[in-house]
Design a binder for this molecule. Structure first.
Ligand SMILES: *Cc1c(COP(=O)(O)O)cnc(C)c1O
Length: 368
């Protein structure tokens, strides 16, 4: 392998994560969100593993393009489109057998119009807004909308769902309110058995066993990037993501010398400076300059100076490191680790955003 920098995805651990989730679901189905390039891990590869392992029953996407890519790659399992859609996308959504989210009367009507005109049917999930205030109808209006869907032949009702707003804080009082809203709506409309009721994201799966209903949708948990407050039965779940590079250059720099653009770092003593061929052009944030560390030979070293588009510099003092030595920017090396959470905390964000930030220049390498 002659790559300079790359993302390594641990498929063995991914399969383990899927199994641990599945084992804890009892009879509920498992919908794996693969939106945003499967949280950066590679849309098609991840979907193929999920399909072949036969642990996952559904996939969930955010955009038409993601759904199309999956169908073009011969993914056959049901795919739910989580977001809203536009009128000019309906034809392609139906053609690719993508299950559409109905989030308002208007959205339902434009589907009905399309289907009537073209003699088509459309698989749909009704989205109830129980408090996220993103997409979806209020429970009070949802009953009427469900009646409309039931009365029109063009709709094949596959599911009814909602989404937690605050579940990452398991003690947040709003969780119970949403859970109650959703439960009582389901009780009230009493849908037939083949309509899947689903609510729980990763946090919901971790903290609200009584919120599993017929299906769950844990994304972050499946990729092992949800690590806070893990209940014991999920503890085997681990991150499957590593960001790696190798040393490309070495030089000795005298004391009191500036490093990289704007000389934001000045050496305190004569020291050894490495260059690593990765930068913000790959999605490794420039705002990690003079903050983040990297692992080389199982030791942590600081990134010094401004991170460039394609390269960054590391200070190793008097240690001995060679060109070609492996550099781990996220992940494990020997007994040391720089976790996704370490990087997320430095940037005051969530692990999700870190995973989604790496772009196509970094190849995804899959390790079995
Ligand atoms: C992204 C998303 C999920 C998955 O969320 P995680 O926190 O990654 O488990 C579930 N449901 C909906 C509607 C989503 O948009």
């Amino acid at each position: 392998m002659n790559l300079s920098s790359y993302i390594e995805v641990d498929l063995k651990q991914f399969k383990k994560n899927l199994l641990i989730i599945k084992e804890n679901l009892k009879d509920s189905l498992f919908c794996l969100p693969v939106k945003a390039n499967a949280y950066g891990h590679g849309l098609v590869e991840i979907a193929k593993v999920a399909q072949d392992e036969k642990v996952v029953d559904y996939l969930a996407c955010a955009t038409l393009e993601e759904g199309k890519m999956l169908r073009d790659a011969n993914i056959k399992i049901p795919i739910l489109m989580l977001g809203s859609f536009f009128e000019d996308q309906i034809e392609d959504l139906i053609k690719n057998d993508l299950e559409v989210t109905i989030s308002s009367f208007l959205k339902a009507k434009i589907i009905k119009d399309f289907c009537d005109k073209n003699n088509k049917k459309c698989k749909v999930h009704l989205k109830i807004d129980t408090g996220m205030k993103r997409i979806g109808v209020r429970p009070q209006t949802a009953e009427k909308l469900l009646e409309f869907l039931n009365n029109e032949d063009c709709f094949i009702i596959k599911g009814i769902f909602s989404h937690f707003a605050c579940a990452e804080n398991k003690d947040h009082p709003f969780n119970q309110i949403q859970l109650n809203e959703f439960s009582s709506f389901i009780k009230q409309v009493n849908p037939p058995k083949d309509v899947l009721c689903h609510l729980a994201n990763s946090a919901g799966v971790l903290y609200f066993e009584n919120g599993y209903f017929d299906m769950v949708r844990p994304g972050a948990l499946a990729y092992g990037c949800y690590t806070a407050n893990m209940p014991e039965k999920f503890e085997g779940i681990k991150s499957i993501f590593s960001l790696k590079s190798r040393v490309s250059f070495f030089k000795v720099v005298n004391e009191n010398e500036g490093i990289s653009y704007s000389h934001t770092y000045v050496t305190k003593n004569k020291t050894r400076i490495l260059t690593i061929p990765i930068g913000y052009g790959d999605g490794y944030f420039r705002s990690l300059s003079n903050k983040a560390k990297v692992l080389i030979n199982g030791r942590k070293y600081p990134i010094v100076g401004t991170i460039c588009m394609d390269q960054l510099m590391v200070d190793i003092q008097n240690d001995s490191v060679f060109v070609d030595d492996e550099v781990v920017l996220i992940g494990k090396q020997k007994d040391q680790e720089i976790s996704l959470l370490d990087i997320a905390e430095l940037l005051h964000t969530v692990t999700y955003e870190i995973l989604c930030s790496f772009n196509k220049r970094l190849a995804r390498i899959y390790k079995n």
